[in-house]
Write a protein that binds this ligand. Sequence first.
Ligand code: CTP
Ligand code: MN
Ligand code: MN
Length: 496
Amino acid sequence: MALLPRKRRCKGIPTSIASQDHLGGSNPNDRVRFSEVGIFLVERRMGASRRRFLTELARKKGFRVEEQMSESVTHVVSENNTGNEVLELLEKQNGISRTGFNAALVEITWFTESMGAGRPLEVESRHQLQEALKVLAESAELNESEARNLAFSRASSILKSLPYTVTTMEDLQGIPNLGVHSRKVIKEILEDGTCSEVENLLRNERYQTLKRFTSIFGVGVKTADKWYREGLRTLDELRASDVKLTREQEAGLLYHNDLNVPVTRTEADLIKQIVERAVHKFLPTAVVTLAGGFRREKEIGHDVDLLITHPEEGKEEGLLCQVVNWMTTEGLILYGDITGSSHKERSKEPEIFDHFEKCLSIFGLKKELVNNLESKNLRNSDSLAGDETQGIGLADHKEAAQQVMVAAACNKDRKAVRVDLVVVPYSQYAYALLGWTGSRLFERDLRRYAKRLKNMSLSSHSLFDIEQNAFLPAATEEEIFVHLGLEYIPPHERNA
Ligand code: CTP
Ligand code: MN
Ligand code: MN
């Protein structure tokens, strides 16, 4: 974990930072609002494109981000590095000695939460605790230990939602769902500044490699582990090897850089409009809805989740195939594979997945569109989507698909974005919307609650009352909450 041991850690920044409205920083277009705070993002394990994205994001929000390590840096932000690794790196690359070092080493969680809050937050042990528990959750996932994964994810999520600062173990008294192992980790960090189990994991070659390989679209834990056991370690080694990749993995590897860069709300809204327009070409009264993290009002996400339905049930049949084929021909979809109800998910938790017809795709979003939209809100949405769907040379269908894919990967005009397209029969729409809005943890807990306390079985398709031996229909999410005897929880409160 990238935090210095207690004694050496810097105090962090004062809670109230006077906003200074003046121009500065290395990007003259963005106003620096918090000049006292200087951020340096460590590229190692974050990657250049992700670092660039986070730099731009922070600058847009008025943060000062330095390209180089310097005296004016107050916060060194790293992802998946131990504190010592960061110090070694700075020593080697920037000649900065450990003793003369007086910036705070902080976790990426501090950075993302500060971005969310729109101001630099005070550095708290909470950020480090969350991150440590996340690493343990991820490691459990990579070891296919679902129960441990869930326990650590819950613990991390609990710490995120605590309205107060955790400084001693007493602060955590009476909090349910914090297991023995999580408490042990928290205690160690509060006392020593680091947790040896987490530090060891971050340095562990298997953990690092499996995390790297599973970050490729189409690669699950089993495949990643197989490659690891075959001696592969990096993406370049994988590319150079004669390992047989699926079409999905090939695309995942090809677009890995872009797909590792978060998706913004502007991009998500644009993609929704473009898909909506394509859908309306074939079925003008169909409805397209943005679900997933963006419906929970998150600012950034790893993909765009779109639900497609039609008020007259049955009309949606065959639609996905038409839409995906057409968008592929237009160069809008770089990779897409339609899966039906028979498709088996990689995950070990079948109850969490559904049987809707869907397309897990890679969308090619014209960067120009995003830039235009961001710099000025000049044109209306219709003409924007129109631009995208007009004037693109018609490719010659399937045999050209591979060429399109390779060309697009080198094409810097488009950003590859993961998009999930899900077709939902209208009578199941409310349940699908609830299921696809997430978060995953929220869905897990809601389903667990339904089963244990109401003796009902909740899925993205339906709610089944086991006592009454009957399905409970619902036209809206609100009705589902009524069935469950719960007060309505709006999407933005479903993040934890
Ligand atoms: N989901 C699902 N079936 C799938 C994939 C996802 O039901 N085959 C649900 C998940 O349970 C989750 C929601 O769809 O509740 C969104 O999933 P995902 O896109 O993975 O996560 P987000 O919450 O949108 O987070 P991010 O912004 O990182 O995409
Ligand atoms: Mn999503
Ligand atoms: Mn998704």
